[in-house]
Design a protein around this ligand. Sequence first.
Ligand code: SAH
Length: 229
Amino acid sequence: MVACGASGKGGTGKRASEWAKQRDSMVREQIEARGVRDPKVLAAMRLVPREQFVPPSVRDHAYADRPLPIGDGQTISQPYIVALMTELLEVGPGDKVLEIGTGSGYQGAVLGAMGVNVYTIEIRPTLCHEAAKRLERLGYTRVHVRCGDGYGGWPDEAPFDGIIVTAAPEKIPAPLLAQLKVGGHMVIPVGAFYQELKVITRTPTGFTQKSVVPVRFVPMTGEIEHQQG
Ligand code: SAH
């Protein structure tokens, strides 16, 4: 379930204990200090070796307080945003979460480390295959990766206790709303240049929504581009 993590030396020769120290500071200074409290989230952020999810060229900045490039013009989110979105999902061990935008696989790994069963979809083939290999190598057996457009969700595994979207559409994809359980939350950045991080909650009769914070994500591509405009 939980990764073996970075054993021995990392890509730039730092020892695992050195990365663990950086991880601990990241959690205290960037995440706890900004109000993320869920102990499950904090524990997972202390476990997942973020340095293994970024390219060697930026590995020394793996724990910096910002997003980083992961290739193909895409980015891994800032650690605080990953923690915040994870907390907003309000999920725990045994729950089932759909993620749209696997990217590096880091967000999926954080959920996997919490004992959540993750179904994640990535539209860019290279990133998808790299993330799937990485997650397997690090032992995240709860995280299932599919390559393709996430617009339609993952109907065979629906409904989900939570849905997290890490690329921004201008309009929320209807098929994703349909795959959310009653009581479940969808955490999603919505907008073009200016985006809001939103939490959509399914109620027995419909949906409620709230805006949490302004954010900046890469755009959602694929089918959604034909649905908006
Ligand atoms: N969660 C990632 C960061 C994701 S960056 C991590 O932890 O590293 C956003 C990703 O969403 C990019 O990799 C992009 O290719 C992907 N994406 C964009 N539109 C998509 C779509 N329609 N379906 C699936 N993935 C999509």
